[in-house]
Ligand binder design. Structure first.
Ligand code: GLN
Length: 474
């Protein structure tokens, strides 16, 4: 699906030439939203009038020569990002009626550079899922084939870009939620290094994994968005003090890189042959271009999913304890005392997948199982991180598929474990806290997009983006 504009620089050229205006851009995206939102279920809320007003303000700034770096960028926000005065629900009933009291750091930085926000995007409830079927507002549909999932949890954010309903989206990635939907929808999705972007104003799922990341058509736009959002923040003590390079100016790759690929990942049963072929084509292309390409073994592949799901459910069970009917959103109307208020609110407000994860997380943290599960998983995470870091010292990049298959059918994965197993390739970067990007790498026989994933060492986003850019046509 070819977008009208593939990057912000194209738009900014037209803005400079006077052949379009922010006001016209907003109208263009609103028309596309109008055309397909009812079918695809992407936007939970469209901020049409506000976006028009913002656009007029940015047009005035452009005329005065005072516009910010993102002037002309029309953006959608995943429903997990706080934007003052706007509804924020994490696609959950438990936040019915809740409005953000403040604007999160990343969102505020985008606004300060004159990004225009067009609406709030559907996602899996509390970002838990890989298909967007867990939303309290119903599934999002893949624009290429509406019988199929867009991936998740940032499914609305991916389809919005895919279907040209905005130029870029801001999602969140805990174990693949930006990269996997990007792969299923044929767009670019970047998960930065853990701590690169402040989490202040991001609804917490698993705090030691969560990162905000962009979904875009071009690597260049991912770079521009990261550059604006990244950097230290006094409101998130885990945010890194590491200086933020001008990523968008650093997109020239080195002539030769050392590239590793996980041999045991390629052999995985259940890997769709076309996904394997796409990876092998890329590896051959990299060799032909003079990069060093070598197979590496990653012994802990089988431990990846259990480790991720033990730790993230543990963190989620703690993070989600705040939704109790007292402070925010939904409150069960039929409660009789405090305990029944908690129980009824949570039983009625949370969907089945979120309840499952809270129970799993509570179990692995319970006194008699803590050491067997939680402590053990922390130890294995450490090993996965050390091994990944070691490989990323030996190699500039690790390349692997983003997903074992292309987009599956809505309703196809009924068993939660089969859904979890589909995260096999994305959770490694999350467990290790390193940056990873998914870029489009062709399509399968049915025309469904295939994603290629590239991981780099912590804080090496500039190299990662430059290399990813060199792998895209054009
Ligand atoms: N699919 C993964 C999960 O359900 C990833 C979710 C995410 O990154 N938010 O946990």
């Amino acid at each position: 699906m070819k977008p009208k504009y593939a990057s912000l620089s194209e738009i900014q050229r037209e803005l400079t030439a006077g052949t379009t205006s922010c006001r016209q851009l907003v109208e263009f995206y609103l028309t596309n939203i109008e055309a397909r939102n009812a079918e695809l279920n992407v936007f939970l809320e469209v901020w049409a009038d506000e976006a028009r007003a913002q656009a007029e303000a940015v047009d005035a700034k452009l005329a005065a020569g005072t516009a910010g770096r993102l002037a002309g960028m029309v953006i959608g926000l995943k429903d997990v990002l706080a934007y003052q005065g706007h509804a924020l629900q994490s696609s959950s009933r438990i936040l019915d009626g809740f409005k953000s009291l403040f604007t999160g750091t990343a969102v505020g930085r985008l606004l300060a550079e004159d990004a225009i926000f067009i609406g709030r995007q559907n996602c899996d409830e509390f970002a838990m899922g890989g298909s967007n079927e867990n939303s309290a507002f119903g599934p999002v549909r893949n624009a290429l084939d509406p019988a199929r999932v867009p991936g998740g949890s940032s499914g609305g954010s991916a389809v919005a870009v895919q279907a040209d309903m905005c130029l870029a989206s801001i999602g969140s990635d805990t174990g693949g939620s930006v990269r996997q939907p990007a792969a299923f929808c044929g767009v670019v999705g970047l998960k930065p290094t853990y701590s690169r972007v402040s989490r202040y104003g991001l609804v917490a799922f698993a705090s030691s994994f969560d990162q905000i990341g962009p979904l875009t058509h071009s690597v260049e736009d991912a770079a521009s968005l990261l550059e604006v959002m990244a950097g230290a923040d006094e409101f998130d003590s885990t945010s890194s003090q590491e200086p933020v390079p001008a990523y968008s100016q650093l997109l020239t790759p080195a002539a030769s890189y050392r590239v590793g690929y996980l041999a045991n990942a390629i052999e995985l049963p259940g890997l769709q042959p076309e996904v394997r072929n796409a990876l092998e084509r890329t590896l051959a292309e990299l060799r032909a271009r003079g990069h060093v390409v070598e197979a590496v073994e990653f012994p802990l592949l089988e431990q990846m999913i259990p480790t991720y799901y033990i730790l993230t459910t543990a963190e989620a069970s703690s993070n989600l304890s705040r939704f109790d009917g007292v402070k925010y959103g939904y409150r069960a109307p039929d409660a009789t005392d405090l305990e029944s208020l908690y129980k009824k609110t949570r039983a009625q407000g949370f969907g089945p997948e979120v309840q499952r994860r809270i129970m799993l997380g509570t179990f692995v943290l319970s006194a008699s199982y803590y050491d067997a599960y939680y402590t053990k998983a922390q130890q294995v995470r450490r090993l996965i991180k050390e091994k990944t870091d070691e490989l990323l010292r030996q190699y500039d990049f690790l390349v692997l598929p983003t997903t074992p298959t292309t987009a599956f059918k809505i309703g196809e994965k009924q068993d939660p474990v089969s859904m979890y197993l589909a995260d096999i390739f994305t959770v490694q970067a999350s467990l290790a806290g390193v940056p990873a990007i998914s870029i489009p790498a062709g399509a399968d026989a049915q025309g469904l997009p295939i994603g290629l994933q590239i991981m780099a060492g912590a804080f090496r986003e500039a190299d990662l983006l430059a290399f990813a850019q060199s792998l895209l046509p054009g």
